[in-house]
Structures are given as C-alpha cells and as structure tokens.
Design a protein around this ligand. Structure first.
Ligand SMILES: [Zn+2]
Length: 148
C-alpha cells in the first residue's frame, strides 16, 4: 500500500501514514495536533494482499478503480481519480488497483476490461462502471452512491 508524508502544521514533524488510514482523523505522532489531511488526500493504492481487508473494513463508501498502466483510457482517468480523492475526502474512500500485477482481485471481481470502477458499501458491491466516464459524470455518480 502507498504511504503519505504529512507535515504537522504545529511542530513541522513529517508524519508517515499508510493511505488507508488517512480518513481516520490522524494526529501528529510527535505533538498530537490533528493533521490537516484534505490537501494531502490521495487514492489508496491496493494490492491483492490488502484489497479484501481494506474493502471489508472501509468505514466509508469505497470506490475501487481497476486499471492497467498500459491502458490509454486508464491513464486518462488517473488524474481524475486523484482529483476525486481530494474532492470526496472524508465522504468516500477512493482506491485503485493495478490489474496487471494483481490478478487475484481482477479475477475475483470478474474484471473483463479496464478501467472498471466498482462501488462498495459495507464490503458489498453495490454498483460498477466499465470504461472511463468524464469527470463530472463520475462526480455525480459518486454523490448519488454516497447518498444512496
Ligand atoms: Zn506535530
């Protein structure tokens, strides 16, 4: 899993945390000041080893982007996914998984083409989108997913 380095606004200590914990009100390890995460929010990059547990234990609605580095539409979508992680920080967990190296998850969720976005609530699949949607369509989709 990817990690984030967040500088404490109070003591300037650099705090390292795993991406899946960024939503959980992290505090500075040195001075306990709550860390301002919104500007640092980043998609949670999963692997086969972590995916099932993160999906099961997600305390927010979770959108998982199945992508491949060699796929053009996936590369186009990547900066949109980054933006969504910022935009929906605190309301949804935006995650991604590279299907070229994580075959088990791709097989488990029967991914036929990339990008595929799967929407989870309480560990269950509630919706999915195949192909790259424009940013505004994805924002609308996520808003209705979170409210549903
Ligand atoms: Zn601090």
């Amino acid at each position: 899993m990817n990690t984030l380095i967040v500088t404490c606004p109070s003591c300037k200590a650099k705090n390292k945390m795993i991406a899946s914990k960024q939503h959980r009100g992290p505090r500075c390890g040195k001075c306990q000041t709550p860390l301002p995460m919104a500007g640092y929010a980043t998609p949670v990059e999963l692997t086969d080893r972590e995916a099932a547990q993160v999906i099961r234990e997600a305390d927010l609605p979770l959108m998982l982007d199945f992508y491949s580095p060699s796929c053009g539409p996936c590369r186009t979508l990547a900066p949109v996914i980054d933006k969504l992680a910022h935009h929906f920080f605190g309301r949804a967990i935006i995650a991604k998984i590279d299907t070229s190296t994580n075959h088990l998850s791709a097989g488990h969720y029967e991914i036929r083409g990339v990008p595929t976005l799967i929407f989870f609530k309480n560990g269950q699949v509630v919706d999915q989108v195949v192909g790259a949607l424009p940013e505004d369509a994805l924002v609308a989709k996520l808003n209705s997913f979170i409210r549903a």
